[in-house]
Design a protein around this ligand. Structure first.
Ligand SMILES: [Mg+2]
Length: 259
């Protein structure tokens, strides 16, 4: 599959692909990502906001100027885009929701979560978050420990019910179940496929020359739209798989293709 076309850019999901959910890159991944950036362009694309990219990714990488220029950051599924300007990672664009869209989204999430008995009062930070281009419901708050999140909705049934109830009230907006306890609301048509198409436009690298790595390429998963778009994809079960793929497959392949 790797030999189908040249690889000029490798894009990664963040949570449970490069790092455990909401956690920093493990040192092994940081090292391999740095090695990859010496060889090709890299994008990290996630439903999370820029602050997470900074805390989970950028603070764990020690990049020289050339490597930093090859790193593309797409928070909130690519409705925001950041690149290195020689001194700092800076916004290239940000496509935010209108005040009306934001207010209706927040109201619908709170009302429906309360009606369904899913509005928790003991949380780690606010349940609703305005990310500019995305409103996010996190049942236990953004800062909830990973095990508490995993225990809250192991089958995805609760956030599925909330998603359906809210989607019925907001036909003009896109309502999707996101990470382990979250429901995300964006403009219609904004998912990781949207972000990947924006990445193609911004970088000039054709989708055919990209590879995407993600943990939720299954039907209904938040990485799935990238597979459906026709991008070459590699599914992982967690950061350990990603590290193996980088070390054993991708980096050796790029080296052999170059020599
Ligand atoms: Mg993920």
């Amino acid at each position: 599959m790797l030999t189908d076309a040249p690889i000029d850019l490798v894009a990664f999901d963040l949570d449970d692909t490069l790092a455990p959910s909401k956690s920093p890159l493990p040192p092994q991944v940081a090292q391999l990502l740095t090695a990859l950036l010496e060889r090709t362009q890299v994008c990290v694309i996630s439903g999370g906001q820029y602050q997470q990219f900074r805390d989970q990714v950028l603070e764990r990488l020690d990049l020289d100027d050339d490597a930093a220029r090859r790193l593309h950051l797409m928070p909130t599924c690519g409705t925001q885009y950041f690149t290195w300007d020689g001194e700092t990672f800076t916004t290239v664009y940000a496509r935010t929701l209108t005040a009306d869209e934001r207010d209706r989204a927040m109201r619908a999430l709170e009302e429906q979560a309360k009606a369904l008995g899913l509005w928790e009062t003991e949380t780690w930070g606010p349940v609703l978050e305005d990310r500019g281009s995305q409103i996010t419901f996190s049942a236990l708050g953004q800062a909830a420990p990973v095990d508490a999140k995993a225990a809250w909705d192991p089958t995805g049934e609760r956030k599925g019910r909330l998603r359906d109830a809210v989607a019925a009230l907001l036909p003009d907006l896109e309502v999707r179940s996101g990470g382990s306890t979250s429901v995300d609301i964006t403009r219609r048509g904004v998912d990781k496929a949207y972000g990947m198409k924006a990445l193609e436009e911004q970088t000039g690298v054709p989708l055919a020359n990209m590879v995407f790595v993600g943990d939720r390429l299954d039907e209904g998963g938040n990485d799935r739209p990238v597979l459906d778009l026709g991008v070459r994809c590699h599914a992982v079960g967690g950061w350990e798989d990603t590290a193996d793929y980088l070390a054993e497959t991708l980096i050796p392949y790029l080296d052999s293709a170059r020599s």
